[in-house]
Write a protein that binds this ligand. Structure first.
Ligand code: SAH
Length: 262
C-alpha cells in the first residue's frame, strides 16, 4: 500500500463549530498518511480559516465530503470507532489509542472503517456513541483530559501510522480472520429498527419508554459484531416472528368475529 494514502480509513467530524479545526485536522491526517475526511453538518464550511490551517494539506480539503447525517457518513462501514474525552454512564468496549491503531489498520485491509470525533463543546451524543463497536479514550491528564479536536485526531492518526509501520516490518498484531465480512452499519441500523418493532409488537418493549433496554441491546450487538450472514439470519428470524404474530392476530380476530355471530 502507498505510504501516503489509506483510503479505507475515514475520519468523521460531527457538527464541528470552528472551521480552523477542520483545516488543522486535514493537516494532522495528511502528516500521518490519511486522506479521507467526512464532515457531518459543519457549522461553517467551506471557510478561509480551514484553508489557512490546512497548509500543505489542501488536497485533503479538496476531497472532503460534507453530509447531513452521521448515518450517511458511516453507512458502508464495517467498523466504527467513537472517540470520547470522558467516561460515559454505560461502559462500552473500550480500546486504548494503540489498540485502536492496530485494529483500524488491520481491518481497513478488508473493509471501510470510520473514526468519529465530536463537537468541540459537547463531544459525541450518547446516540452517536451507541453506533460504535468500540470507544477510544486518549488517557490524558485527568485534571484536564479534553484535547483540542485536531490534536485528538493527530494522536489517533499517529497510532494508525505506527501500526502501519510495524506491519511493514511484519510485526503488526493479527486479528482472527473471519469467513464473512462484518455487517455494514446501514444494515445494522435497519436490524435495530426491525428488532425494536418486533419487540414492541411482542409487548416486550414499550417504544414510548425504551431507553435503557435499547441501549443495552445496542451494546450487546456491537460487542458481538454480527457478520453479514448472521445479520441475514437474524433478520429472517424477526420476519418469521412478525409473520407469526400477524397470523395469530388474524386468527384471533376471525374466531372473535365467529363467536359474535353465534
Ligand atoms: N467537553 C467535551 C469535549 C469535546 S473535545 C466532552 O466532554 O465530550 C472534542 C472532541 O475531541 C471529542 O468529541 C473527541 O472526539 C476528541 N477528544 C478530545 N479529547 C479526547 C480524549 N482525551 N480522548 C479521545 N478523544 C478526545
Amino acid at each position: 500500500m502507498s505510504d501516503s494514502v489509506f483510503p479505507n480509513i475515514r475520519i468523521v467530524m460531527v457538527n464541528t463549530t470552528h472551521p480552523g479545526n477542520i483545516g488543522a485536522a486535514a493537516r494532522a491526517m495528511k502528516n500521518m498518511g490519511l486522506s479521507t475526511l467526512v464532515l457531518v453538518e459543519p457549522k461553517e464550511y467551506p471557510a478561509e480559516k480551514a484553508v489557512w490551517r490546512a497548509a500543505g494539506a489542501l488536497d485533503v480539503l479538496d476531497n472532503v465530503q460534507v453530509v447531513s447525517t452521521l448515518d450517511e457518513a458511516i453507512a458502508d462501514c464495517g467498523l466504527v470507532v467513537g472517540t470520547s474525552a470522558r467516561e460515559r454512564r454505560i461502559p462500552w468496549p473500550l480500546v486504548t489509542p494503540r489498540e485502536c491503531g492496530d485494529r483500524v489498520w488491520a481491518e481497513a485491509k478488508h473493509h471501510e472503517v470510520a473514526i468519529l470525533f465530536g463537537r468541540e463543546d459537547r463531544g459525541l451524543t450518547n446516540d452517536e456513541l451507541q453506533k460504535c463497536q468500540y470507544h477510544v479514550h486518549i488517557p490524558a491528564n485527568s485534571e484536564y483530559s479534553s484535547l483540542n479536536i485536531a490534536a485528538a485526531i493527530q494522536v489517533i492518526c499517529y497510532e494508525i501510522r505506527m501500526s502501519y509501520l510495524t506491519d511493514k516490518e511484519g510485526k503488526a498484531p493479527h486479528f482472527d480472520d473471519w469467513d464473512m465480512p462484518p455487517a455494514k452499519q446501514k444494515d445494522v441500523e435497519l436490524y435495530f429498527e426491525h428488532l425494536e418493532d418486533t419487540l414492541s409488537k411482542l409487548g416486550f418493549l414499550d417504544l414510548k419508554n425504551p431507553r435503557q433496554t435499547v441501549t443495552r441491546l445496542r451494546r450487546l450487538y456491537n460487542r458481538i459484531r454480527m457478520d453479514q450472514m448472521e445479520l441475514g439470519i437474524m433478520r429472517g428470524m424477526l420476519t418469521s416472528i412478525q409473520n407469526y404474530i400477524y397470523h395469530s392476530e388474524n386468527r384471533i380476530r376471525e374466531l372473535t368475529a365467529r363467536d359474535e355471530q353465534k
